[in-house]
Write a new protein. Sequence first.
Length: 340
Amino acid sequence: MPGPAAAAAAHRAKLHSLARGLTPADSIRLKAALTQWLGSDHWIRYLAADGLQGYGTGAWPEQWRSASIAERMALFTADELIPLAAWRNADTIYADAPMCDMVTAAAQTFPQQRVRRDEFLAPIGFLFFAKPVPSAAFACSLPDQPPVSAITWACVDDGVNAFTWVRQPPGAYEINGVTVQLTSLFPHLAYFVPWDQPADAGTHSVSILRALSALAKQPLTREDCPKIHQSVRSIARRAKIRPESFRRIALRRPETAAHELSAARAAAEGRTPAGHWVRGHWRNQYYASVDEHRPIWIEGFPRGDFTQPAADGERLLVAHGDRARQDLVHDVLPAPRRAG
């Protein structure tokens, strides 16, 4: 049996393998597999097995605990589910790597204001991250949780419903004693916000969606439709999804994203370097045409002296017989703090 250290190392290696990035072609393949799964009994079986804790009890607090798997599946199928055709026709959004950093930072300070149906990029959609978003950006995340690779959302009658998804090898998994066939995307967290209710900033998938939707309307971003190889388009056609609905959102100045994310981490840790990046921020702009305030992003900028020499390196004592010599270790800087 492996010891605790070996088990922890294996767990970290697994998380690292799941944290690999996604290409536009990967996103199309994953959407094709996920839509097929959402149209199968395995999605309902996963929910009935209590794969998303609290999801069933929130909908049926009295019946859920004593119901069998078959009875729970009947509760879901009797409910009005989103048709499979709607998922197939849903917009597919791909955030490139710098955009992933930018939206992670920007979501942490998104204004706490009521959720509107018209603020999202589409009524229903898939969002894929070229660079997985750390689980620390979401609520209810436990230590050593895998990063989030995708979000699905749907605007329904009473609010917006969103799921986060993480990468995993496809296959049969045992969920609370029930065997379920899963795809390469594993449901991680569910979050629901009723219409006209405020939502906390930076702690859930809806916050990420709101921030990305608002950033996509700002001059600092651009949108295009990347070319998809014919073989991948064939996969999309077989899955009956529309490859033409695929959109990529990117930053016009991608170098600013790393500064924003670094500044957000510094602020979370209470640090302000001498030469630093002043974080971008949201401002509520009043629009008389709709008689509402809506957020606009004010871009960050550098401040201070970035030309200061680096901090002294660490010193290493090297023993040589009966004497000790103090050698300066070059280019050894203090290890960066772990992001909160």
